[in-house]
Design a protein around this ligand. Structure first.
Ligand SMILES: Cc1ncc(COP(=O)(O)O)c(C=O)c1O
Length: 161
């Protein structure tokens, strides 16, 4: 939404309080880019149906797994099914090691872009030594887009909470 996306809300199912997957397709227009299922209170949305709709319409699925750490859908961890997922480490969550949160990148084509946003819009993580990555000493990194500082903070020895 920071970049101008407009959310279109879809009503929820009374049994799970999650998005009603049977209403999603009626809300899709030519401007739709992604479906954002929110796994309310650790209860998984109907991810099989949602992924099938996304595939049919060539859309991304971005899971809001803020309330779903360690929860599963048909044996799969929530947050590991969509193309991207957001976790929350707010102190009210199942896991709260350091506040903040995490972006899970399940589709490799978004990894580089995610690193750039995390590094304040720079490509400097491409210059950090990593296994299998050649480091170009003496070259400079650049600001390549808008970004934010999303680098991790040291985790407290008590594990938080
Ligand atoms: C479903 C859901 N998504 C996202 C968030 C935002 O998490 P945070 O406070 O860590 O940014 C919350 C927080 O209440 C939430 O409940």
């Amino acid at each position: 939404m920071l970049r101008g996306a407009v959310p279109v809300f879809v009503d929820i199912r009374p049994d799970t309080l999650n998005i009603d997957e049977s209403l999603i397709e009626a809300a899709i227009t030519e401007r739709t880019r992604a479906i954002v299922p929110v796994h309310y209170a650790g209860v998984g949305c109907e991810m099989d149906a949602i992924m099938a709709i996304a595939n049919r319409h060539n859309l991304l699925v971005i899971e809001d797994a803020a309330q779903a750490t360690l929860a599963t859908y048909k044996g799969r961890p929530l947050g590991a099914i969509g193309h991207l997922s957001a976790l929350s480490f707010h102190e009210t969550r199942t896991s709260s090691p350091a506040r903040a949160g995490a972006l899970l990148v399940n589709a490799p084509q978004f990894a580089e872009r995610a690193e750039i946003i995390r590094e304040k819009g720079t490509n400097r993580s491409q210059f950090l030594p990593r296994p299998g990555r050649q480091v170009f000493l003496g070259r400079r990194w650049f600001i390549v887009s808008a970004g934010r500082d999303h680098r991790g903070v040291p985790v407290g020895a008590d594990g938080g909470g």
